[in-house]
Design a protein around this ligand. Structure first.
Ligand code: PRP
Ligand code: MG
Length: 181
């Protein structure tokens, strides 16, 4: 269908709900990092919307850098092996780093990224995610900031894609089954 929202059958979170939750997360982050420098690391490409909104919800200075990672092989993530497609431009040694992604599914991406960034000697590394699927987790990780835990359903919008579409939807929702088949 032509319009980005045409194949959405159920909206899980509206734009307003997302913005309200991100504002709450930002307030918590501001309190936790008071008096400290802060570098947020966005995980391309899904995290672009949450980084844009979270960063603007912070009333304080913050640096933003990006990483792009990909699983090895034929797109399967089950190996847990990740390679760096785009590394940070920033030396994070001694820095307070907050990794931000829009969803934790199996946890493989962020557990690998957490270990990778930890090895670079930052002052601290924490994780923030807008969504998390507790039922799908294969690699338990400590996540300091979570927007919502959701059921193990395929969701799109607000950075989340299906075959590179729907990232630019303002809400988060589920796709009609006919789209997959
Ligand atoms: C998605 C999502 C998370 C990751 C979560 O990214 O944006 O980064 O998968 O899955 P996991 O917990 O099972 O590792 P993806 O690799 O599909 O790339 P994208 O961000 O460019 O869409
Ligand atoms: Mg991603």
């Amino acid at each position: 269908a032509e319009h980005v929202g045409d194949d959405i059958v159920e909206i899980l979170f509206t734009e307003e709900q997302i913005q309200a939750r991100i504002a709450e997360m930002a307030a918590q982050i501001e309190a936790d990092y008071e008096g400290k420098d802060l570098l947020i690391v966005g995980v391309l490409r899904g995290a672009i919307m949450v980084i844009a909104d979270l960063a603007r919800s912070l009333g304080r200075h913050v640096e933003i850098d990006w990483m792009a990672v990909s699983s090895y092989g034929s797109g399967t993530k089950s190996s847990g092996v990740v390679r760096i497609l785009k590394d940070l431009d920033t030396d994070i040694a001694g820095r307070h780093v907050l990794i931000v992604d829009e969803i934790i599914d199996t946890g493989l991406t962020l557990s690998w990224l957490l270990a990778n960034l930890t090895s670079r000697g930052p002052a601290s590394v924490e994780i923030a995610t807008l969504l998390r699927k507790p039922e799908a987790v294969q690699m338990p990780i400590d996540v300091k900031y979570v927007g919502w835990d959701i059921p193990n359903e395929f969701v799109v919008g607000y950075g989340l894609d299906y075959r590179e579409r729907y990232r630019n939807l303002r809400d988060i929702g589920t796709l009609a089954p006919h789209v997959y088949s």
